[in-house]
Each structure stands twice: as structure tokens, then as C-alpha cells.
Design a protein around this ligand. Structure first.
Ligand code: TMP
Length: 229
């Protein structure tokens, strides 16, 4: 059984990636491709506990950047071995809402932890499970902040990361753009200020151009628009 494709979505808060993850999964399923959706931090019972600790627990406000990067890595190493690797091995396509690029950008670039330590932790956490294609939904800080404020949440709930200042999010947005230039074969940057429908079409049309290795996959009935020209 050929391995499934591994697709990840990245971007700043409010970039719309969670909506696009679900839309792409629905399109793949419609095309006959078995698809599994997951997210980071989280995606497993252990990971969801870590997510809660990282984002909402009152104790998390005392968390050091070193503890933070280890917790994100812990959640990831569990997700890879419990969920992602077994699914890919069964030929299932996996779509993850964030993966190790989030650590590179948030902990490495925005928190300014040493890049070589972040890279080592990322490599240790993911093993051989590296994404085949990664979509970055690019937005500016003003758009990100406006969308964060529009999020509907219980009044008492504050997301720890969302309380970071605009300079932090400037570094996040810039960090993603820099990553995309470093690895142009893996990343596809999409303008996240477009309508959800326009983003969905752009992603769907771009996918086959990067997943050519999966053309002979028994599940792959995704048509390459370029092959019809
Ligand atoms: P979100 O996926 O709902 O946007 O929330 C996850 C938050 O955690 C977001 O602020 C980005 C942050 N994050 C990191 O800082 N490092 C990581 O490695 C991951 C996966 C997420």
C-alpha cells in the first residue's frame, strides 16, 4: 500500500486555516481520497491536555519559552506516532492544522529561542513524518488582530498567545514568509485576505501540482488541471 500524502496548514491566528483544512478534507473525500484531519497542539488525548495547558490554563501565564517549546514538541511527538504515521502507512491522506513550522516560527522567530535547538527538537518530535506540501495563509497583523477580536468565545476564556503584542505577530507573519522562500518546493503561499471560497479554489487547483508523486496512488483521483491543457 503506497503511503498517503501529508498536507499541513500554517499561518498567523485568524488566517482562516481551520476553515480551509475542513474544506480541503471535504473535497478530497468527495474525490474518493480517504482523509484524516488533525490539529496541533492536540489531536490525541495527551495532546489535547497539553493544548489546554498551553492555551487556557491559568498556570500557563507563568510558562517560560523553554517549557513552551518542549510542550509543543511533546504534543507533536505523540500525534506523529499515535495518529499521523499509522494513517499515512495505511494510505490515508493526513491534513494537519499546524505542524512543526509553527514551532520554527512562533518559538524560534517570534520568541527568539535559538534556531538550532528548535530545529533539533522539531526533528526529534517528527521523525520521518515530514509534510509533502504546506499551505501558508498569509495575512497582515491588522487583519489577524481584527479577526482574533471577532472570535466568539466564553467571556472568561483568554488565549495566552493571543495576548502577545503586535510586534510578536509581525515576527510571526514575517517568519512564515521567510520560511516559504527557504523551501519553495514544499510551501504554497496563499493570500489569506481573499474570500474563503477564493482561497478554497486556489488551494484545490494548486494541490495536484505539488502532489505529482501521488498520481499513481490508488486513491488519488485528483485531476491535475494542467494535464487537461
Ligand atoms: P490555533 O491552532 O488555534 O491557531 O492555536 C494554536 C496556538 O499555538 C497559536 O497561537 C500558535 C501556537 N503554536 C505555537 O506557538 N507553536 C507551535 O508549535 C504550535 C503547533 C502552535
Amino acid at each position: 500500500m503506497p503511503r498517503g500524502a501529508f498536507i499541513t496548514f500554517e499561518g498567523s491566528e485568524g488566517c482562516g486555516k481551520s476553515t480551509q483544512v475542513l474544506r480541503l478534507a471535504a473535497r478530497l473525500e468527495q474525490a474518493g481520497v480517504r482523509t484524516l484531519v488533525t490539529r496541533e497542539p492536540g489531536g490525541t488525548a495527551i495532546g489535547e491536555k497539553i493544548r489546554d495547558l498551553l492555551q487556557f490554563a491559568p498556570e500557563s501565564f507563568a510558562m517560560t519559552p523553554e517549557t513552551e517549546v518542549l510542550l509543543f514538541s511533546a504534543s507533536r511527538s505523540q500525534l506523529v506516532r499515535e495518529t499521523i504515521q499509522p494513517a499515512l502507512a495505511q494510505g490515508t491522506f493526513v491534513i494537519s492544522d499546524r505542524f512543526f513550522d509553527s514551532t520554527t516560527v512562533y518559538q524560534g522567530v517570534a520568541r527568539k529561542l535559538p534556531p538550532e535547538i528548535v530545529e533539533t527538537l522539531n526533528a526529534f518530535a517528527v521523525g520521518a513524518a515530514r509534510p509533502d506540501v504546506t499551505f501558508i495563509l498569509d495575512i497582515d497583523v491588522e487583519t489577524a488582530r481584527a479577526r482574533m477580536l471577532r472570535r466568539v468565545r466564553p467571556v472568561a476564556v483568554h488565549d495566552r498567545m493571543e495576548q502577545e503584542p503586535d510586534e510578536f505577530y509581525e515576527r510571526v507573519c514575517e517568519g512564515y514568509r521567510a520560511l516559504a522562500t527557504r523551501e519553495p518546493d514544499r510551501f504554497i503561499v496563499v493570500d489569506g485576505r481573499q474570500s474563503p471560497d477564493a482561497i478554497e479554489s486556489e488551494i484545490w487547483n494548486a494541490l495536484p501540482t505539488r502532489l505529482s508523486a501521488f498520481a499513481s496512488h490508488p486513491q488519488s483521483k485528483i485531476e491535475n488541471p494542467k494535464s487537461k491543457m
